[in-house]
Ligand binder design. Structure first.
Ligand code: SF4
Length: 422
């Protein structure tokens, strides 16, 4: 539900010029010199109960048509954009490792059609990783690998409906670390049902002992449009209370700092020189695949979530765009700022360049943040404090996820929705 306070907040910051409506109008794709790409592979062999993503059960008959559709989508973007520079590729899902060879072909097509200058990042799950796949991924040019370990305790993996045990998680991390990627990230969840601070820190310590370059520690959160809420309810599991989340986050933050892992996002902590592994903080990106989103100057749009409708659209030489929201320059600026908060640091010169020197709302916002200890200034940057990082996470949880829930629910219900107002 989009609440009255969230409407008031967005009206205050973004003004009247922005309508929060997705419709079927096609976005105009202007000149784009540089962009990131996101590739969505929706096929999963385990349909995990808590999963919020656009996924379908693996069906080998759909694999080749899906591959051909993605290649067609790439060629349509090439026609529209020319040999644009790609500053990074992020591959997510679903389970990208179910289609390793196909992902290799898609990466080759991106390299042929565009100028790929940045890193290729890919998310994986221990359940689907083995030595041979890891070797292939490195060979096809994946630079940064994320392994969704979630926990090193079997009881939590069971609660989450994960189909691997803690030993498999460790093994996957060890093999990934030995394979020579530029960096390996371990995803860990905290405030899991029945997990106390000691347990959460033990998971963190284990990942550090194994030598991972980055840890992304994020709290369990539910997406009402998925079966996760029902799954947790059925299992008699409740979301942990605010104070427990607050305390556990502080402990994790402190432990990472103590062990030399520098904060690189609200949830991410990195050690050493590897480039940061990040899925979400990009400003402009084009999404390929069923259910992929794109954010380009002036437009935020979504591909159809239906795998079959996606393939059919590309067979007809049409981009599979289902919904589009016009983005005003004002909203675009706040979108930029939102992700800089997510990065936990905001460069002051870039802030000035984006909003101008005398933006009353921005000055007021930062005055408030500094006064209440949410951020501090250092070397030309605003740095989020531990408190600021936690509350940005809360904001993400309660504010933005409301929007995502509403749009995703409608987009999952039918392939080509008429209109969604958020
Ligand atoms: S959590 Fe991962 S493996 Fe499980 S259904 Fe979702 S995308 Fe698939």
């Amino acid at each position: 539900m989009i609440t009255a306070p969230s409407r008031l907040i967005r009206r205050f910051f973004v003004g009247k010029g922005q309508e929060f409506i997705f419709n079927r109008e096609k976005p105009g794709l202007g000149e784009i010199k540089k962009t990131d790409f996101y590739l969505h592979i929706p096929f999963c062999r385990n349909m995990c109960p808590y999963c919020p993503y656009n996924r379908v059960e693996y069906d080998k008959d759909l694999v080749r048509p899906y591959l051909l559709a993605v290649l067609k989508e790439i060629s349509l973007y090439r026609e529209k954009l020319g040999k644009t520079e790609i500053s990074s590729v992020y591959i997510g899902g679903g389970t990208p490792t179910n289609l390793v060879d196909e992902v290799g072909i898609i990466l080759d097509a991106l390299r042929e059609n565009f100028s790929l200058t940045g890193e290729v990042c890919m998310e994986t799950s221990p359940a689907d990783l083995d030595g041979e796949k890891i070797k292939k991924l490195r060979g096809m040019g994946v630079d940064l690998l994320s392994v969704g370990v979630q926990s090193f305790e079997d009881r939590h993996l069971k609660t989450l409906g994960r189909k691997y045990d803690a030993g498999k998680g460790e093994e996957a991390l060890k093999s990934a670390l030995a394979a020579g990627f530029k960096g390996v990230n371990a995803d860990l969840m905290f405030v899991l049902p029945g997990q106390n601070e000691k347990n959460a820190l033990a998971d963190l310590d284990r990942a550090m002992e194994l030598g991972v370059n980055q840890i992304t520690a994020y709290p369990l959160f539910t997406f009402p449009y998925t079966s996760v809420g029902r799954h947790l309810n059925l299992s008699g599991i409740k979301m942990p209370d605010f104070f427990k989340r607050r305390k556990m986050y502080r402990k994790i933050y402190e432990r990472c700092a103590e062990k030399g892992y520098e904060q690189v996002s609200v949830w991410g902590f990195k050690k050493g020189e590897m480039p940061r592994y990040s899925s979400v903080t990009r400003n402009n990106y084009i999404g390929l695949g069923a259910g992929a989103c794109s954010m380009l100057p002036g437009a935020f749009y979504l591909n159809t979530f239906s795998v079959k409708a996606y393939i059919a659209s590309l067979l007809n030489d049409k981009l599979p765009i289902a919904l589009n929201m016009h983005i005003s320059p004002e909203l675009n600026r706040y979108y930029w700022l939102y992700w800089r908060f997510y990065d936990a640091r905001i460069n002051k010169a870039a802030l000035k360049k984006t909003f101008g020197k005398k933006d009353f709302k921005i000055n007021l916002l930062f005055f408030f943040l500094k006064t209440f200890g949410f951020c501090r200034e250092k070397d030309g940057e605003f740095l989020l404090t531990e408190r600021g990082s936690f509350y940005i996470h809360l904001l993400q949880n309660y504010f933005i996820l409301n929007y995502i829930n509403k749009v995703w629910t409608a987009a999952k219900a039918e392939p080509w929705p008429e209109k969604i107002e958020i």
